[in-house]
Design a protein around this ligand. Structure first.
Ligand code: PMP
Length: 431
């Protein structure tokens, strides 16, 4: 049992007794011989099954509403009908939206590589010409974003993530004088991993800040735009229109995909941007490929029919996910609430819960969990170069596991968080 007192107010003798109890709880945990992987935010089998009918489509039909034979080459923009459905959902004009293949991460990678090799719209030179090029990384954030820009030779500059989004004052300072800062990652809705809905005010400020680089880009990865767990998705997020109003229409590059809507490995990706950016990109994309997988796009048109069809589908995901998130939050509160050695987010949507354990113990918690057969996302993964200055943040991905295993994983994580905290505080007493 965890005492109903914060660990920091326990006397040395009480803390020693608590530590002894936690060590025996941990020994019991190890004896259970669990084998659970909760490392990545992937949809569960039941979620994938929601899209089972996709696999029977297009069922003999291979022309879209415009009569395009989707089996053939061509159509670098993607199918009009699909672009119209998602333009409505993403609140961008369909003329500014392209539909691609199965991965938006690949599209983001492409856009950055293109910017390294060719002078971007408004820019003075290809980004590769600048050996000091930098990218701003709100942290905690998405490890694969950070990996793309690290791999392509950018220095990753962490930006503090506050309760309502990145620290705009810090961004303003970083970009005002330094033309080597080329861009910034941002997940605007239900951020990975904190679940933050970045406010309209913050995004508008980021779209308008003076930047030394004329081609500074805000990468708005809207991977979770349509993924509420509690309530409805935030509405009215027309990022391209806001950028135009700010007089910097070419600053935002907006991405999304159906990876967490239909099939994670076989969905459709989207890219939205100003006409100038889109034309610039299509000039490269048209050389790389003679067109996307239009049959898969047609499958998605036939499956959803319209934007309301996508919304109805997302309600089914919500029904599957809401109990899992509620379970995680309940166990964290029951096990960690009174000890006051940890805090965590209570996301309204998205795929993650962000857990902050006692500073200086996240690596130890992950190590203890691994020894007990529970694989957590590596500590530090949510920070550029895997370096969490506080060694506190752990990303929890509740979506994939069935509820019984999820409960085991979060119980185990809680035991490890308490044990690591008690060990650390006891060390302090000893010192
Ligand atoms: N962006 C974010 C923020 C994500 O969390 C993920 C998946 N974990 C992706 C992009 C990957 O998107 P896609 O499958 O379209 O490449």
């Amino acid at each position: 049992m965890t005492p109903a007192l914060p660990y920091t107010s326990l006397s040395p003798a009480e803390l020693a007794a608590e530590l002894a109890s936690l060590r025996s709880q941990y020994a019991e945990l190890v004896a259970k011989d669990l084998s659970i992987d909760i490392t990545r935010g992937v949809p569960s089998t039941a979620q994938l099954d929601l899209s089972a009918d996709l696999l029977t489509l297009p069922a003999g039909e291979y022309r879209d509403g415009d009569g395009v034979d989707c089996r053939n080459y061509g159509g670098v923009l993607g199918l009009r009908e699909l672009r119209e459905i998602f333009a409505e959902l993403l609140e961008v004009p369909s003329a500014n939206l392209v539909a691609g293949n199965n991965s938006s991460l690949e599209l983001m990678h492409n856009l950055i590589v293109e910017s390294l090799l060719h002078t971007p719209v408004d820019g003075a030179a290809p980004w590769a010409a600048d050996p000091n090029r930098k990218f701003l990384c709100p942290a905690p954030g998405y490890d694969r974003h950070f990996a793309v820009t690290a791999d392509l030779g950018f220095e990753l500059v962490p930006v503090r993530m506050l309760a309502d989004g990145p620290d705009v004052d810090q961004v303003a300072e970083l970009i005002a004088e330094d033309p080597s800062v080329k861009g910034m990652w941002l997940v605007p809705t239900y951020s990975n991993p904190t679940g933050t809905i970045i406010s309209e005010q913050t995004i508008r400020k980021l779209l308008a800040l003076p930047a030394a680089a004329p081609d500074f880009r805000l990468v708005l990865d809207n991977a979770y735009a349509l993924h509420p767990i509690v309530g409805d998705s935030p509405v009215g997020r027309p990022f391209l229109a806001w950028a135009e109003e700010a007089g910097l229409p070419n600053r935002p590059l907006v991405f999304a995909s159906t990876s967490k809507i239909t099939l994670a490995g076989s969905g459709v990706s989207f890219f939205a941007a100003s006409k100038a950016n889109l034309d610039w990109h299509l000039a490269r994309a048209g050389k790389r490929s003679i067109g996307p997988d239009k049959l898969n796009q047609l499958r998605h048109v036939l499956f959803f029919r319209d934007a309301a069809g996508v919304r109805a589908h997302m309600r089914r995901h919500k029904e599957l996910l809401a109990p899992k998130f509620a379970l995680v939050l309940k166990i964290l509160e029951d096990r960690l609430g009174s000890a006051k050695i940890a805090s965590w987010t209570e996301p309204q949507g998205g795929y993650f819960v962000s857990l902050d354990v006692l500073p200086g113990t996240a690596r130890e918690v992950v190590r203890l969990a691994k020894e007990a057969g529970v694989a957590l996302t590596p500590a530090g993964a949510t920070f550029p170069h895997g370096a969490d200055p506080q060694d506190a943040n752990i990303r929890i991905a509740p979506t994939f596991l069935p509820e019984s295993k999820l409960a085991d994983a979060i119980e185990a994580t809680s035991t490890c968080a308490l044990l690591a905290a008690a060990e650390k505080l006891a060390e302090g007493n000893a010192g």
